[in-house]
Design a protein around this ligand. Sequence first.
Ligand code: S3P
Length: 423
Amino acid sequence: MPIQSLYGTIKVPGDKSISHRAVMFGSIAEGKTTINGFLTGEDCLSTISCFKKLGVNIVQENEHVTVKGNGISGLRPPSEDLYVGNSGTTIRLMLGILANTPFTSVLTGDDSIAKRPMNRVTKPLKQMGAEINGNDSGNKIPLQIKGGNVKGIHYDSPIASAQVKSAIILAGLEGEGTTSVTEPLKSRDHTERMLEAFGAEVKSDALTVSIEGGQQLKGTHIEVPGDISSAAFFLVAGAIVPDSTITLQKVGLNPTRTGILDVLNDMGAEISYQNVNEEASEPYGDLIIKTSSLKGTVIKGDVIPRLIDEIPIIALAATQAEGQTVIQDAHELRVKETDRIETVVNELKKMGAEIEATEDGMIINGKTHLKGASVQSHGDHRIGMMLSIASCIAEGDTTLDQSEAVAVSYPSFFDQLKRLSNQ
Ligand code: S3P
C-alpha cells in the first residue's frame, strides 16, 4: 500500500567495504586494532568468521570489534574450509592476503558466490606466485590456495574493480619488489586510504596504485562511517514518497562512492549536506533529502564504478522521473550477487515499470504508476531493499519473497523503514 510520507532521522549502518577491510587489515597488522561502527551484516560477519578460523583473536560486541593481529606470519592453517557466505569482497580480498601464507586454505561460499567469476583475482595472483586450484580452472569455488614467495607484478586490470585492485595490492604487501595495478576507470579507494591509516606507504596517481613489498601494518583505530550504498535506499525513498523529509546521519562521502549523489542531483533531487567531517582519511556527513520532482538522465562512463551498487535503486528512481533514463557501461551488474540487469528489469516490470534490459545497462521510461505485485529478491539484498522501497509507492499490496536477504548488508532496514513511516 502507498505510504503517506517518510519523516525523521536515522543513522544507517556502517560501511560494508570499510568494515571488511578494517577486520582484514587488523588481522594481518601487528598489535591491537579497534573498530567502531562496524557493520553487523552477514557479509562482514563472514569476514570475522574466516579470520578467526585463520587463528586471529577477534572479539565482536555489536558495532565494536577488537582484533589482535600478529602480522601475516601470525595467520595459522585453518582446520576447516573458509566459508564466505554471500560475500564477494571477503573471498576476493582474502585470496590476496592468502597469496602470502605458506599453507593451504580452501574457500567456499553460498549458491550466489558459486556462480561468480574468481579468475579476475586468481589470474593475477597466480602470476604473482600463488598456487590456486578450483572449479573451472580456478574461476569458481571451491578454491584451494597455497601462498608464499609472492613476486611483485604490474597488472593492467581489464575491469574497474576495487576487489581486484585490493587483492593484488594485498598480495604485494609482503611480496618481493613493487606491485602496481592500473584500472580502466577509478574504483573505490578504501584499501589505499586504510592501508595508510595502518602505517603502510601506498602510491596512487589517477588510475594506478602501487606498493612496495615487505611493509608491516600496525594496529590502529578505525571509525566506520555509514554506508552510502545503504543510505541510497532512503535517499531515493525520501525523493519519491510524497511529503517526506529524511535526515541520514554520518554517511560516508568518499568521492569514489558518491556517484549516487551526482546522479540524484542531475535528476533534480533536493539533497542538502550538514556536519561534513573526516576521520581515518574517510570523509562523512549528514544528508537531508526531501520529496522531489525527478527527471530522466543518462548514466554512463566513469560515474559507473562510483555508483555500481546503487543502480537497482537508481532504476526505481528513474521509474518516477519524467522522461527517459539510460544506464550504459554497467556490464559488471551481470556478475553481482545476481545478474542485476535481469533481476531489476524483471521484478520492476511485474510492478508495471516501463523498463528494458540492454547488454550493459537498462532504459527506463517514466513516470509510471507502480502497482503492488508478488516480487522476488532472488536472495540479493539490494534487490530486496529496492523492491521494498518500490512497494512504498505502489498501489495495492506487494509481497516480497526472500526478504531476509536484506540482512547481508542492512539488518535494521525494515525497522528503520517502519520508524520513518510512523513518525
Ligand atoms: C566492493 C567493490 C565492488 C562492490 C562491492 C564491494 C569492495 O565490487 O560492488 O559491493 O568492497 O571492494 P567490484 O570491485 O567487483 O566492482
